[in-house]
Design a protein around this ligand. Structure first.
Ligand code: PGA
Length: 607
């Protein structure tokens, strides 16, 4: 669901800032919120707003920079880190005579520049009276639906009957649902069922606290574009919440969230006190990390591009990864062999001290942030230019609340305790936090890049483990939380451990996380790709420990994990007849011409 607040040509500088301040208190869980101040106020409001609320411009030019007096170009908005723009609002169509051709040119220019667009359509009173509602909207969409960049990831449609805008007259639920469904059917015919199912269609026109709940519950209404009511923070908050309650979490975990985190905590800490077989310990802990990481990654993918902190692996990076990885590995091997162990470990300890504290804070923050009491904490925003030597470098927002301070202290204490004691339980705590964050934050750009990265690493792992002693020497020689440790017994005198490198969790983890996003993208509420990926991961780990035990030799786990995870994805797609869409799956944009989706039919609503 997505809610836009169109402030139109309202508010003074002071009032705009006051409203932005109030919006920082907004609960935006499960709803994307975008507000559009006048262009002049955009940077001011931007500096005030927290990450959870995105910014839109109310208009942009049609042909980039140049001799266009009075215009603001899409390019300039992007440079200012404004992610959204509203195009085609009826007030621009009427008062500024913007016609369909001009609006299509604006949309094209905005999409080329990289903006996301709320594109408005709607009929006048006379046109509705003449029964021409759908015909008019379809005509307004004719030029824009042909644009190749018109994808559900980039464009949100707003159906705004002109007679309802600013008049207090609101479309009845039946009128809104009928028009939204007709527009979706039209998009399905013109583009594809997949595009239509994923396209978010907002309703706009006198939306208020009084009528929002009924409208938000309609199956084809995916949010609102709000004018007048968006100027009143409390009323806007009610409208946003109405969308949150209407958007049933269609792709929630199949193990409840509240169970996943305690399970992860127990899998990390319990074996310190109760003897657990190292193989059981390994399989339970590694798969729980992958499970939690995948769901956090899904939550990240639902955030707007400017809001998410996830990093995408490009094709080039995927190809270079084994080379760089090998260089680092050989470097570390030389260091392990040549440098005195004490010096090396002191250096590594300093490095992981800082990194570990950050990872603990980040890993623990997300689940706590979901608690209502924590959400009510005041968020402070700092804008920091990390490149302080370059005055023009864009400043980044740093947000924190009262929870962050104790979390950072806990992170530092944990890192410090680990550096001093080297206790394996503390090493595992840090390693768990590292790997959960890595699975959450690393995104494979597409299925093909995922296949490429996993295949390269498959070869890399086998070469360095089987072909040489390098990997095993480095893994055993470096005393750092880059691996999970599973004690074979709990005697303190001479501990012995089984090891699992974090790469064996993170690499398959980011692939399974992509499969979960594929499920979500296709509206598959049973999560077949995610579940088969998880099962494959567990089975492949079982195979690894089986072989390790039988041959009493270290095993490159990716030897089993890569074919397992890739095989599960291909097999699931083959059984479901979805090989082509899976192969074409890209995280960025909707794939064109795909087969129909189950999303709408299952009553799913996009969040
Ligand atoms: P309104 O405006 O909510 O004040 O009717 C809607 C809009 O113009 O987007």
């Amino acid at each position: 669901m997505i809610v836009g607040g169109n402030w139109k040509c309202n508010l003074t500088r002071a009032k705009a800032l006051e409203l932005a301040e109030q919006l920082n208190e907004l609960d935006t869980t499960d709803v994307e919120v975008v507000v559009a101040p006048v262009a002049l106020h955009v940077p001011l409001v931007q500096a005030k707003l927290k990450r959870a609320v995105s910014l839109a411009a109310q208009n942009c030019g049609f042909a980039g920079n140049g001799a266009y007096t009075g215009e603001v170009s899409a390019e300039q908005l992007v440079a200012l880190e404004v992610p959204w723009v509203i195009i085609g609002h009826s007030e621009r169509r009427t008062h500024f005579r913007e016609d369909d051709d001009l609006l299509a040119a604006k949309l094209d220019d905005a999409l080329k520049a990289g903006l996301r667009v709320i594109f408005c359509v709607g009929e006048s009173h006379a046109e509705r009276a003449a029964g021409q509602t759908v015909e008019v909207c379809v005509r307004q969409l004719a030029g824009v639906l042909r644009l190749p960049r018109f994808t559900p990831a980039r464009v949100v449609l707003a159906y705004e009957p002109v007679w309802a805008i600013g008049t207090g007259l609101v479309a009845t639920p039946a009128q809104a649902q009928q028009t939204h469904a007709a527009l979706r059917a039209h998009v399905a015919r013109e583009r594809s069922a997949e595009v239509a199912a994923r396209l978010r269609i907002q309703y706009g026109g006198s939306v208020s606290a009084a009528n929002c709940a009924e409208l938000a519950a309609l199956p084809d209404v995916d949010g609102f574009l709000v004018g007048g009511a968006s100027l009143r923070a409390a009323e806007f908050a009610t409208i946003v919440r109405s969308c949150a309650s209407a958007s049933a979490p269609a792709f929630g975990p199949f193990m409840a969230d509240w169970l996943a985190y305690p399970a992860l905590g127990a899998a990390t800490l319990l074996p310190a006190f109760v003897p657990v077989h190292p193989y059981v310990h390994m399989i339970v802990l590694a798969s729980t990390i992958v499970y939690v990481g995948c769901h956090r990654a899904l939550a990240q993918s639902a955030l707007a591009p400017g809001v998410t902190t996830a990093e995408t692996v490009t094709q080039k990076e995927a190809m270079r990864f084994p080379l760089y990885g090998s260089a680092v590995l050989v470097g570390l091997y030389a260091v392990v062999k040549l440098v005195k162990k004490e010096y090396l470990n002191a250096l590594i300890a300093c490095y992981f001290f800082v990194l570990g504290a950050g990872a603990v804070q980040q890993a623990v923050r997300a689940p706590l942030q979901a608690l209502p009491a924590v959400r009510r904490l005041k968020t402070h925003v700092w804008r920091v230019n990390w490149q302080f030597w370059d005055k023009d470098a864009p400043a980044e927002k740093v947000e924190f609340n009262a929870l962050d301070v104790p979390l950072l202290v806990i992170g530092l204490a944990l890192s410090f305790a680990y550096t001093r004691t080297k206790w394996w339980v503390l090493a595992n705590c840090l390693a768990v936090c590292f790997s959960v964050c890595a699975v959450e934050m690393l995104t494979l750009g597409s299925f093909q890049i995922g296949c490429m990265l996993l295949s390269f690493l498959f070869a890399y792992d086998i070469f360095w483990v089987f072909g040489t002693e390098v990997m095993v020497t480095v893994a055993k020689g470096i005393d750092a939380p880059i691996k999970l440790l599973f004690p074979k017994h709990l005697r303190a005198d001479k501990p012995e451990f089984s090891l699992l490198g974090l790469g064996d969790i993170v690499i398959p983890g980011i692939f399974v996380a992509m499969m979960l996003r594929f499920d979500a993208r296709r509206g598959l509420r049973a999560l077949p790709y995610f579940k088969s990926g998880m099962v494959a991961y567990v089975l492949a780990l079982l195979t690894t420990v089986g072989v390790m035990h039988f041959f009493e030799a270290a095993q490159p786990a990716l030897l089993y994990l890569v074919p397992g995870c890739l095989g599960a994805a291909f097999a699931t797609a083959a059984v479901r007849g979805e090989l082509a869409p899976l192969w074409r799956f890209s995280e960025e944009e909707a794939d064109e011409g795909e087969a129909g989706t189950e999303g709408r039919g299952a009553g799913a609503k996009r969040e």
